[in-house]
Write a protein that binds this ligand. Structure first.
Ligand SMILES: CC(C)(COP(=O)(O)OP(=O)(O)OC[C@H]1O[C@@H](n2cnc3c(N)ncnc32)[C@H](O)[C@@H]1O)[C@@H](O)C(=O)NCCC(=O)NCCS
Ligand SMILES: Nc1ncnc2c1ncn2[C@@H]1O[C@H](COP(=O)(O)OP(=O)(O)OP(=O)(O)O)[C@@H](O)[C@H]1O
Length: 200
């Protein structure tokens, strides 16, 4: 039986950083943000539904979805965000479950599902155990502004679209505190791998 681990956190809390560490140890990662990009490629079902719902003004000239434009709309309007979520989330889940099954069939002993909205969307059923990558609010805000070149307002509207990390802490099986150095984060991750006896 493979171990299915849910890796979650908040925007810019450090999930990709932790998932890179896991990848370099040979673990298989299935990333919801990557699935979200695949399922909206030109010609996919969700692509057509998004145009029907949001109009052609959210497209680049080449017909692909302008993520910056769509992001500005949905992170400033909860109803529109829910409209997008309703279109895209079922497709993301189906895509991730297919990839997970493929990995299990290939004999992987552990499969990591990196899902930012795992707790918001009550997706605990998809995984056996959960790891939360946590940071304090002010560090999350700083790192998000720095990484995405967002204004404070832009960063806050994205953070506020998610369940506060402090609430997620209470729901996770393990918490990695990513306030400190990457080395410190790696140490905490290695402790969990050891404790849960995870093998790629
Ligand atoms: C709105 C979109 C086009 C913005 O694209 P952009 O390239 O700027 O951001 P990206 O997709 O890399 O997401 C970055 C982070 O934003 C957060 N986020 C994205 N979508 C949402 C959402 N609907 N609600 C809350 N947080 C979200 C996540 O923490 C994610 O890791 C895109 O995020 C999207 O299609 N979102 C809907 C799908 C979704 O919920 N994805 C999250 C993973 S399930
Ligand atoms: N321990 C750390 N010390 C300093 N900077 C860090 C640390 N961990 C992550 N970062 C930086 O913070 C930013 C956010 O980290 P990362 O991209 O891993 O978060 P994420 O949770 O995957 O974000 P998102 O879900 O929004 O893509 C990145 O620029 C990353 O390099």
């Amino acid at each position: 039986m493979a171990n299915i681990i849910g890796l979650t956190g908040g925007i810019a809390s450090g999930k990709s950083t932790v998932s890179s560490m896991l990848k370099s140890k040979g673990f298989t990662i299935i990333d919801a943000d990557i699935a979200a990009r695949k399922v909206v490629e030109k010609g996919e079902q969700a692509y057509t539904k998004i145009i029907e719902a949001f109009g052609r003004t959210i497209l680049h000239e080449n017909g692909s979805i302008d993520r910056k434009k769509l992001g500005e709309i949905v992170f400033n309007d909860e109803k529109k965000r829910q409209l997008l979520n309703g279109i895209i989330h079922p497709e993301i889940r189906a895509c991730m479950l297919r990839e997970k099954e493929d990995a299990v069939k290939k004999g992987k002993q552990t499969v990591i599902l990196d899902i930012p909205l795992l707790f918001e969307n009550k997706l605990e059923w998809m995984v056996d155990r959960t790891i939360l990558v946590y940071v304090d609010d002010h560090i999350q805000l700083e790192r998000l502004m720095l990484r995405n070149h967002f204004s404070e307002q832009e960063a806050k509207s994205r953070i506020q679209a998610q369940m506060p990390l402090i609430k997620k802490r209470a729901l996770a099986d393990k918490v990695i505190n990513n306030n400190g150095s990457m080395t410190n984060t790696l140490k905490q991750l290695e402790q969990i791998i050891h404790e849960w006896n995870l093998k790629p």
